[in-house]
Structure formats: structure tokens, C-alpha cells
Design a protein around this ligand. Structure first.
Ligand code: SF4
Ligand code: SF4
Length: 259
């Protein structure tokens, strides 16, 4: 079997999703027999040229140079997969989309004149065609291995689209909304984490972004009928997936009502 050529590329991100790939350890040795890691700067200084059978993209687009670089990578890649909240939704850095980015630069850097950046942080799919999105902040390594195995077998990868609530039920976690009225995002968040936060008594933060057919207004209405304020709900939605379409629409709608 011809080895698939894999490229792993980083844009604006914390590297956590690439580390999820590196933390596969034993499985990586097995994968190495079936995949040629042609470009993965986090793992090796060897830089192989394209084309690539599979490109894994971490991070969001925050500079004009990166907007060009992702187009170059797309043109060399047969299958392009975005990994993590930064790449699929703009990441936590998309909070700049609601702010004055020049004010941010001036308050962080001694010489803001050296910084060249866009006013927004946007998902990779806003710039090029994406074949598959792997959600999470960071991604789940088991899901990553599943999609790599699917690609080696020339199958279309799949990940669950249901909400975190189902995972709570599967592991027998008592619901924090029903029993304690906490502002959990689980009902509108895609599964993949194993509902780890509710299992440790913390409401879901929405790391995996919107689930299929997420009804955000209904969840807000439910939480606001309890002790949660609109501002708390906006903060819950404006997290690592703040710019994911339905989360953004709902946080903007709530902000418009705050007055
Ligand atoms: S999605 Fe989260 S873990 Fe992955 S690179 Fe972005 S901030 Fe880091
Ligand atoms: S704790 Fe949150 S994720 Fe778990 S069942 Fe309740 S609402 Fe859903």
C-alpha cells in the first residue's frame, strides 16, 4: 500500500491540538507504517514538499500572510481537515472580532507599529474549502486517530453530531441544570469530550462547538428563567467557540437585549 503523505500546519493557535497528535505515541508508531509525515514542524525540522494526501490544519487566520498561506496549502492538499476550535471557529482569539484590535495591540506591545494583523480571527473554512472538521479545544485524540484510520482506508471520516447531554446520560452523570440550575452549554454542544466537565461537577463550556441543530435561543431562555443573567450567558457563549455561527448569533442577540 502506498503511504499517504501527511502535512500538519499551524496557524494562530496554542499548539494544543498538534500536541494531541503527538500524545498518540504508541499509535503514531503504528501509523508511521501507513503514513509518511511529510511536514510537521512540531515533531520534526524536516520539511518535505507538497503535494499532500492529507493536510491537518490547526489555528485560525489572523494575518494577511496566513490568508495567503492557507490558499497555498489548499492547492497542494487532496484532503484538508481542520482540527480544533481555532481552525473550525476562530478560537478564543476571535474575541477580538467584538473589540478594537488596534487598542489591543497598543496595550500589549511596546512597538505596535511592528505588528501586522487583521482585525478579525476567522475559521479556515472562511478562506478555503474544508473537507472535514474535527472539533474540540483541544481535539480528542481518539477521534483524531479514527479520522486518520478512515483516510488510510479511503473512507469518509465520521464523528458524532449529537449533544454532550447524551454522553452525560451514558456515563450516568446527574444533570447539573436539572439538579442545581447551573448554566451548562451541554444541550447545544457537540459530543466528543465524554462529558468530562459535568462528571466533575462543572457545567459544559462548549469546547466542541455547536451540535447539529443546536437550539441556542431555547437554552438561553431556560437558563435566564433561573438565576443566570444575560451577561453570564453571553460570557458562556463567548469562549473558545465564540465565533461559531449559532453561538455568535445567540450571544449577539442576547447582547442586543442587555441594553
Ligand atoms: S483549539 Fe484549543 S487546544 Fe487547539 S490550538 Fe486552539 S486553543 Fe489550542
Ligand atoms: S449536565 Fe449539562 S451536558 Fe450533562 S445532561 Fe445536564 S445539561 Fe446536558
Amino acid at each position: 500500500m502506498t503511504k499517504k503523505r501527511l502535512g500538519v500546519f499551524k496557524f494562530a493557535s496554542c499548539d494544543g491540538c498538534q500536541l494531541s497528535l503527538l500524545s498518540c505515541e504508541d499509535e503514531l508508531i503504528e501509523l508511521a507504517g501507513k503514513i509518511e509525515i511529510a511536514h510537521f514542524l512540531e515533531a520534526s525540522s524536516h520539511v518535505g514538499p507538497g503535494p499532500f494526501d492529507v493536510a491537518l490544519i490547526e489555528g485560525s487566520i489572523t494575518t494577511a500572510a496566513d490568508a495567503k498561506r492557507i490558499r497555498d496549502i489548499r492547492s497542494q492538499s487532496k484532503t484538508l481537515i481542520t482540527i480544533g476550535a481555532c481552525a473550525t471557529a476562530g478560537g478564543i482569539q476571535a474575541l477580538r472580532n467584538w473589540a478594537d484590535h488596534e487598542e489591543f495591540i497598543a496595550s500589549v506591545y511596546a512597538h505596535p507599529e511592528y505588528i501586522e494583523t487583521l482585525a478579525t480571527s476567522t475559521a479556515i473554512a472562511d478562506h478555503v474549502a474544508v473537507d472535514f472538521e474535527l472539533r474540540g479545544c483541544p481535539i480528542d485524540r481518539h477521534q483524531l486517530l479514527e479520522i486518520l484510520a478512515a483516510l488510510i482506508a479511503d473512507c469518509h471520516p465520521r464523528t458524532p453530531r449529537h449533544s454532550v447531554c447524551l454522553e452525560c446520560k451514558r456515563r450516568g452523570t446527574v444533570c447539573l441544570v436539572v439538579t442545581r440550575g447551573l448554566p451548562c452549554l451541554g444541550p447545544i454542544t457537540q459530543a466528543g469530550c465524554g462529558a468530562i466537565c459535568p462528571a466533575y461537577d462543572r457545567p459544559c463550556y462548549g469546547c466542541f462547538g455547536p451540535a447539529a441543530q443546536a437550539n441556542c435561543p431555547a437554552l438561553s431562555q431556560h437558563h435566564l428563567s433561573g438565576e443566570t443573567t444575560a451577561t453570564q450567558m453571553i460570557h458562556a457563549l463567548r469562549n473558545m467557540n465564540a465565533a461559531a455561527n449559532v453561538f455568535q448569533i445567540e450571544s449577539d442577540r442576547l447582547e442586543g437585549n442587555v441594553g
